[in-house]
Design a protein around this ligand. Structure first.
Ligand code: M6R
Length: 612
């Protein structure tokens, strides 16, 4: 996720800003840049790659001044490159931005129509041009603060921005809507940052901006109004976290932080891609041209690990909504068979990192057979998207915990969008059903927040099962990939043996394992498969297994059979996996944490597996 740092005071801004950006490195980035008011105007230095490259560039071109903004970029729109690195300038202003501007296509077309020439592929550059144009309406008469407010009234989406102007050397204007931004109040200096660690070397007194706030930062302090121009006050908070705690947002582990980030990153993945009125998904965002969507004869998913579990859900959705035959293969197996790909296949390679060697090898086999490749990845321009015909990106931001959590739910969200998109192009999905599915998906982050609000209960259950050496996870339909994923999470970080099974397969073998010592997590929300899965729970009870049910709130009969029930809110069948997986992630996390395991870096595992 991008990082923003700003400084206005009496000290040399550039080194302070680079130092602040270094404190945000854990957020991940592909390029960086700084803009400083250097007396006569704003000067910008940017560099691709690590901050050390920016430091080298700054040695060659020192920026001297006491007001400035800086940025580390995690690409979303436009590949990682120096040209796309922030800050972006237009006329007297320079802007840094974290987030996604949903109406960027319309705004860009409008600005190009007015003669604006864009220098980058980013959505951010739009903000620079909008602010510059507002200032130009009455040169010298409009403040940067007012111009930024007016510009932001045109912007739809999520953003945290910081803007400086040649004409106001002692001011930084910042704003937030959906992306984090904190203001730090020092002695004769004011700072801003995407996250607390960027500020801690200077101050522990901070103001958390709220959505819709626009703030004017001067060395003497801050004033805040809403985008609409209404004055607001926000409390000053004193932070006593250590640097390490601050990096994890106060959570004990990155994994727990990432679990709790899921509503926000699913929102980011959906943002700007859904047309609710038309019950459709914007083609430009999907990586599959409409004519290809109409003519493919099969969707062939390849992936490993957690991404493979997302692929299983993807297959269900593609079959149900787009009525295209779909298969799922473990990428690590594809090359050891003689896989049969056709030029009419759409091969969807799912990889959080975009670098997994097995998935890359499967892509090569499919390409050799002339199939069309769509990469579904979280890392813009990584190896798999680069070798694909198109890319559909999740917007989870960098995932630091080795056990994948937020990347899984964003993959699910992207796959459901893909299925709706294919269904609409192929005319197998009526507008009304598409509208209902997309509406439900759009509302899912709020329901995810509700489920995550009950994390303490999962801690309690974790205490009860922490000593179990074997745990079974069962699920049916869209609950099956969640059972697999729940078991994988528990194995990865708690080192307990866990099996994920299709509930209907239980009586074909695993039922022999069940006794009073065996905890069995059953994914059993009120969906089309509910009655059948409920019968499986009764079979488990008859053998004295301890049932932990993930069930829909209000399901009275579940109270009679399950030892523990984790309630999730009622939702449409299609979006249930985004909810039912959350208790599984929390359960694994708490079991591993109770055992004192290294949750973020479990033994023997690598975040990205670049060997076959
Ligand atoms: O980066 P990828 O999605 O291609 O990674 C695939 C697997 O290595 C990954 O999902 C792995 O299973 C995770 N550790 C799961 O938590």
């Amino acid at each position: 996720m991008c990082g923003i740092v700003g400084y206005v005071g009496t000290k040399d801004a550039a080194p302070l800003i680079v130092d602040g950006l270094r404190k945000l490195e854990y957020r991940g980035y592909d390029s960086a840049g700084v803009a400083v008011h250097a007396g006569k105007g704003i000067e910008i230095v940017r560099a691709l790659g690590k901050l050390v490259n920016l430091s080298v560039a700054l040695e060659k071109h020192p920026l001297l001044g006491t007001t400035g903004i800086g940025h580390t970029r995690w690409a979303t729109h436009g590949r990682p490159s120096e040209i796309n690195a922030h800050p972006h300038a237009s006329g007297p202003v320079a802007v840094v931005h974290n987030g996604i501007i949903e109406n960027h296509v319309a705004l860009r077309l409008e600005l190009e129509g007015l003669g604006v020439r864009f220098l980058s592929d980013t959505d951010t550059e739009i903000v620079a041009h909008l602010v510059a144009r507002e200032l130009a309406v009455a040169p010298g008469k409009v403040s940067l603060f007012v111009a930024a407010q007016a510009a932001l009234r045109r912007v739809v989406g999520a953003y945290a921005i910081a803007v400086v102007s040649k004409d106001e050397p002692d001011v930084i204007v910042v704003a937030r809507s959906g992306s984090p931004l904190v203001v730090g109040l020092g002695q004769g200096e004011t700072l801003c940052g995407s996250d607390i660690p960027a500020l801690l070397a200077h101050t522990r007194d901070v103001v958390f901006l709220e959505d819709g706030d626009v703030a004017e930062l001067r060395a003497s302090g801050v004033r805040i109004e809403t985008v609409a121009g209404e004055a607001v006050t926000r409390p000053v908070k004193h932070i006593d976290w250590s640097h390490v705690q601050a990096e994890r947002g106060g959570y004990k582990h990155f994994m727990l932080k990432e679990i709790h980030e899921q509503p926000e990153v699913v929102e980011a993945t959906l943002r700007g891609r859904i047309d609710l009125a038309e019950g459709d998904v914007y083609a430009g965002e999907m990586g599959v041209p409409p004519e290809v969507a109409r003519t493919i004869q099969r969707v062939y998913f390849v992936a490993c690990g957690t991404s493979h579990h997302a692929a299983i859900a993807g297959r269900y959705w593609v079959e149900q909504l787009a009525k295209v035959p779909a298969v799922v293969e473990l990428a690590s197996e594809v090359r050891y068979r003689d896989p049969i790909f056709f030029p009419t296949d759409l091969v969807v390679a799912i990889s959080q990192s975009g670098e997994t060697a097995d998935t890359m090898a499967a892509v090569k086999s499919a390409k050799a057979a002339g199939a069309r490749i769509l990469a579904l990845s979280n890392v813009v321009d990584s190896a798999i998207p680069r070798s694909a015909d198109g890319a559909l990106y999740t917007h989870a931001g960098p995932e630091i915990g080795v056990a994948s959590t937020k990347c899984f739910t964003t993959q699910l969200a992207a796959l459901l969008l893909l299925a709706v998109y294919l269904g609409r192009r192929r005319e197998t999905l009526p507008k009304e059903r598409a509208q209902a599915v997309l509406q439900a998906l759009w509302e899912t982050p709020a329901l995810m927040r509700e489920v995550l609000g009950d994390a303490d209960y999962m801690h309690l259950i974790a205490k009860r099962i922490a000593k179990a050496t074997d745990v079974l996870f069962l699920g049916r339909g869209l609950g099956f990939p969640i059972a697999l994923e729940g078991a994988l999470k528990l194995k990865e970080i708690s080192y307990a043996h866990a099996e994920g099974y299709a509930a209907g397969e239980m009586k074909h073998g695993p039922i022999a394992l069940i006794d009073e010592r065996m905890p069995i997590v059953v994914v059993c929300p009120k969906d089309a498969q509910y009655d059948k899965t409920f019968s499986n729970i009764q079979e488990v009870c008859a053998r004295e297994g301890q049932v932990i049910a993930i069930a829909t709130r209000g399901d009275e009969q579940m109270l009679e059979v399950a030892q523990h029930i984790v309630w999730i809110p009622a939702a449409r069948d299609e979006v249930l996996p985004l909810l039912t997986v959350l208790p599984c992630q929390l359960l694994s996390y708490f079991v591993a944490s109770l055992k004192g395991n290294d949750v973020d870096q479990p033994r023997n595992l690598a975040k990205t597996v670049t060997v076959e």
